[in-house]
Design a protein. Structure first.
Length: 311
């Protein structure tokens, strides 16, 4: 009987943690958002005009077993009709035994002005939640421990607006518009229920200030709001050297700082890295977070491109 009670408590804790995960990790966090905007705002698709491919791997809270690990892959480009941008991205976001995955297709339409453009974007796709019971180590397994299937497939949509000029960009977007059921939680009666996706709102902006022929300064920000959660703000300041190398730092509310760099290895290939430090209770228990990014630009339609490409 004691074993039965113990296993019920363990199952309750597992499902409770998964429910918390489904809420807090609904939308993966990226430090290098300024180089990977399609994941935040669908209206960005096609704004670089070339075929842009991005792969990003984020390893969070190194040293803590089961900490978040996020991998995303995406591509977007302007069509021969440059007003139309198409793209997609997929991701896998794991925290402990809870695994979130998704695949989103992107459409954007741009209105051109003399020195700027205004784009409207839509994303649609599916999100898939799974729970890997193989990661659960039971000290005293017995017949009372019966893992349950908790897989869930959910459709989702995102909207965005994005403005860009040679020296400035700004965007507003909303993700998880449908607020469908997703993830798992445990009710007081012991039944399993699905938590609901929360609608996220993002505000981004940035500018470029050439200081001389070699150095340019680029500040940017990303604000995030989710109902029943404190607003989050990411402030970044970066410098570009000789049009080939970016280096900068970010401050994120919730007591985190980050250092990041991007290298233009070839005219068509970029490598990015960032390192986050959390200045809170997690500080003594982990070795920070690492984020690696690899980007490619392919001029499919041989458009006349602007150099350098700040945004």
């Amino acid at each position: 009987m004691k074993k039965n009670i113990r296993m019920k408590k363990l199952t309750f804790i597992i499902f409770l943690l998964a429910g918390i995960t489904a809420y807090s990790q609904q939308d993966p966090l990226f430090t290098q958002y300024m180089f990977n905007k399609q994941v935040v705002n669908p209206a960005y698709a096609g704004s670089r005009e070339v075929l842009t491919i991005d792969v990003l791997d984020r390893i969070q809270w190194v040293g803590i077993e089961g900490a978040p690990h996020t991998l995303t892959f995406g591509a977007h480009m302007a069509m021969r009709n440059r007003s139309v941008g198409l793209g997609f991205y997929g991701y896998r976001d794991a925290l402990g035994p809870a695994i979130n995955q998704g695949l989103m297709a992107t459409y954007a339409y741009r209105i051109f002005f003399e020195q700027s453009s205004l784009a409207f974007g839509l994303q649609g796709g599916i999100k898939y939640f799974d729970f890997d019971w193989n990661m659960i180590r039971v000290k005293y397994p017995d017949e009372y421990f019966y893992p349950r299937e908790v897989r869930r497939i959910t459709p989702d949509f995102n909207l965005g607006v994005y403005f860009q000029s040679p020296r400035f960009f700004a965007g507003l977007s909303s993700k998880q518009l449908l607020e469908n059921e997703y993830g798992i939680s445990e009710t007081s009666s012991g039944a399993t229920s699905f938590t609901r996706l929360m609608r996220h709102f993002y505000l981004m902006g940035g500018a470029i200030f050439p200081l001389n022929d070699i150095i340019a300064f680029r500040p940017s920000l990303l604000g995030k709001y989710v109902k029943n959660a404190p607003p989050q703000l990411d402030l970044n300041a970066s410098f570009q050297f000789d049009k080939t190398f970016w280096i900068g730092a970010s401050y994120r509310t919730m007591h985190a700082i980050a250092f990041l760099a991007e290298f233009q290895l070839k005219p068509w290939m970029r490598l990015g890295y960032s390192f986050d430090v959390y200045l809170n209770e997690l500080l003594p228990h982990n070795y920070g977070s690492h984020e690696f990014r690899l980007g490619f630009d392919v001029n499919v339609y041989q458009f006349r491109m602007k150099t350098p490409r700040y945004f």
